[in-house]
Ligand binder design. Structure first.
Ligand SMILES: [Zn+2]
Length: 299
């Protein structure tokens, strides 16, 4: 029984803004191998809180692409759009503990705050929230709900591939949005709530998401949740150096030849098939890689 309780649980959590592309395939394979190497469970979660950008048809297509490659969730597929009650419960918990507050600020007002102080921010730089509404709305209308980062200091964690990491969220990001002005749940809250609800012990995801880790650790701590271990996989770039993403028009993974699709993802992770086991059989590739993963990445 205790063995069951302590079993590792990994997950793959794509946003259904398009079909699975080569970049997301790498994260899917890495998280799956990591769970397999630990004799753990691997769960799939569709992160569709950003309803205007997401499409259930893309979600179903991603699941079908994964299935074609032999990557099947060991539990029920979770769709975040159906879990509003859980996120509301977490928000209520944070608000009643004084760790979440209503914010009336528009993007322009936040930018104006820094403009007045003379601090400059690059066009693509995140403008930190200056804490304007921490003392109340003063008659303004609530738009979003934010997480109070005041006094939280520098968050440190160890990424299994990137090593020691640190970020002062209060300075770099400011008070993190938990519920957006358009009423949608923010990614940061939904991820934290679901990782805990699903008992995730090992998060393996693309390096483009590494920057979110400190925010998520802060929210986990405020909710009294355990922090999982993190491993961020190398980002896949196109021939011209651009990160592969739906926004840059990355093509869908061709799963008509699943062994090839997995081989390409595995090569990106530095995995080489054991030549004594070379075969067209999917199971043989995966077996060889899972044993390599144990010695290379698993700790
Ligand atoms: Zn505000």
């Amino acid at each position: 029984m205790s063995e069951l309780v302590s079993r590792a649980v990994g997950r793959f959590a794509p946003s259904p803004t398009g079909p699975l592309h080569a970049g997301s395939m790498v994260a899917a394979l890495a998280s799956w191998l990591d769970a397999r190497a630990r004799n753990g469970r691997w769960l799939v979660r569709i992160e569709d809180t950003d309803l205007p950008r997401c499409d259930a048809a893309h979600g179903r297509m991603i699941l079908q692409q994964l299935r074609a490659c032999g990557l099947e969730s060991d539990g029920e597929i979770v769709w975040q759009s159906a879990r509003t009650d859980l996120y509301q419960g977490a928000l209520d918990q944070l608000a009643s503990a004084g760790k979440a507050f209503a914010c009336a600020c528009t993007r322009q007002e936040i930018a104006k705050h820094w403009h007045v102080t003379g601090r400059q921010w690059g066009r693509h730089q995140e403008i930190p929230y200056p804490g304007t509404c921490r003392t109340g709305l003063h008659g303004r209308e609530a738009r979003a709900m934010r997480f109070l980062t005041q006094g939280t200091g520098t968050i440190r964690w160890v990424d299994r591939r990137l090593g020691s990491q640190s970020q002062c969220v209060e300075e770099v990001v400011g008070d993190v949005v938990l519920k957006r002005a358009d009423g949608l749940w923010a990614y940061q809250l939904a991820v934290v709530v679901d990782d805990a609800a699903q008992g995730i012990t090992h998060v393996v995801r693309g390096e483009d998401l590494a920057d979110n880790t400190a925010r998520q650790i802060l929210i986990q701590q405020a909710l009294g949740l355990t922090t999982p271990q993190y491993l961020h996989t190398p980002v896949v770039r196109s021939a011209n150096g651009e990160k592969l993403s739906k926004q840059t028009g990355a093509p869908a993974v061709d799963v008509s030849d699943p062994v090839r699709a997995l081989h390409e993802a595995g090569r990106h992770l530095g995995l080489r098939p054991d030549h004594s086991q070379v075969s067209d059989q999917l199971s043989a590739w995966v077996k060889a890689w899972a044993s390599q993963w144990v010695t290379s990445a698993a700790d």
